[in-house]
Design a binder for this molecule. Structure first.
Ligand code: HEC
Ligand code: HEC
Length: 319
């Protein structure tokens, strides 16, 4: 909006300038009719030509400058529109092909017919949508390649045609943009993942199978605090990456069902509770060997009380 106002002002300015020059040029001849006896006047028609040429040159230069300002803005807007179209198509593809394993809200679900039950990871995650341009490129590549080739040896299928899948490169791109821009607001109030949830709910209402939410199985002798912690592991999406009690969970991160027995000796000098707290708030501070640094930080996303409940659950000898 501001830009179009700027463009209008620029064009008006140019027209005004042109009008001024035309008035001047037509005045040149008239002035020459008044006798100016002593001073030898120049050739009036020549002066007029020079003024006109000057005017045309000036207007051309200004138009070029205006175009130079305007064109990148126009291109950026076109790219933005294109991105939004891709995202909308990605939402459609995701709610058709992916909700069964990754869940209606992208928080992960139990892979149908997997035995023991396995959870596909959460895709609605901060680390998959970085704001820094270089980091964004890496996240884009990771998601694109995972989609194209799948993860051999896991339930994640290959979707690219080269690898026997059904999706065109363009469709893989659309899904990738949707996931890596999942917090964008394309349609007003709703974020992309909220759109996914609504669209998925609608498909389920029309007969699509309901994805199975991962349920943490709870041991009978757990304290109330630990039970609350178990519910948080589910609600905050931890279970999408970690197997917890009862053998349900994703395998992107280490199995947490026996973490109480290793937590005290993982990091030299750190007691079990302290280590667990750091693992959740600053996951990159210490990496469990053999795992990628993909766990998001939960700093600011859990209250002290919630953190205490999760730790109580993780420390319980019997989950
Ligand atoms: C049959 C179940 C299943 C379906 C259907 C499925 N996935 Fe997956 N997906 C998985 C599993 C399991 C993993 C974890 C693989 C692993 O352990 O590395 C995964 C991993 C991924 C990852 C990598 C996540 C990460 O953190 O590394 C992405 C991205 C992904 N899936 C996107 C999709 C999209 C988009 C679709 C729909 C086109 C889809 N998946 C359909 C089961 C599935
Ligand atoms: C996107 C996947 C992902 C999510 C979501 C996730 N984690 Fe992790 N987590 C990992 C990976 C990978 C590691 C191993 C690398 C590392 O140490 O950071 C890990 C490590 C850990 C460890 C250390 C385990 C050990 O054996 O030393 C704990 C504890 C942990 N996560 C708890 C949680 C909790 C609690 C949540 C939810 C609030 C959570 N994680 C969410 C992927 C994830």
């Amino acid at each position: 909006m501001e830009n179009s106002v700027g463009a209008v002002i620029l064009i008006l300015g140019m027209l005004l300038l042109l009008a001024g020059l035309v008035v001047y040029a037509s005045g040149v001849g008239k002035r020459a009719h008044q006798p100016v006896p002593e001073v030898p006047s120049g050739n009036p028609s020549m002066e007029r030509k020079v003024a006109v040429i000057l005017g045309i040159t000036l207007v051309s230069v200004l138009s070029l400058v205006g175009y130079g300002f305007w064109e990148p803005i126009r291109q950026a807007r076109a790219a933005e529109r294109q991105e939004n179209v891709s995202i909308e198509r990605g939402v459609e593809l995701y709610t058709t092909l992916c909700i069964g394993c990754h869940g209606v809200d992208g928080l992960g679900a139990v892979v149908p017919d997997s035995e023991p039950p396995r959870v596909a990871p959460q895709l609605n995650r901060e680390d998959l949508r970085p704001k820094d341009a270089d980091e964004y490129k890496k996240a884009y590549e990771l998601v694109y390649k995972t989609l194209q080739r799948g993860r051999p040896g896991t339930p994640m299928p290959a979707w690219g045609r080269q690898d026997g899948g059904t999706l065109l490169d363009e469709q893989i791109h659309e899904l990738t943009v949707m996931i890596t821009k999942g917090d964008k607001h394309v349609r007003g109030e709703e974020s992309v993942w909220e759109e996914v949830r609504d669209e998925a709910r609608e498909k389920i209402a029309h007969g699509a199978p309901e994805p199975q939410k991962p349920e943490v199985q709870l041991a009978a002798d757990l304290s109330d605090e630990a039970r609350a912690g178990a519910r948080l592991l589910q609600g905050k999406g931890c279970i999408g990456c970690h197997v917890v009690g009862g053998g349900v969970g994703g395998q992107t991160g280490p199995n947490l069902s026996q973490v109480q027995s290793v937590a005290g000796s993982r990091k030299p000098g750190a007691a079990a509770e302290e280590y667990l707290r750091e693992s959740i708030l600053q996951p990159q501070a210490f990496l469990v060997p053999g795992y990628a640094p993909v766990m998001p930080s939960f700093q600011g996303q859990l209250s002290d009380q919630e953190l205490g409940q999760i730790i109580a659950y993780l420390l319980a000898p019997n989950k």
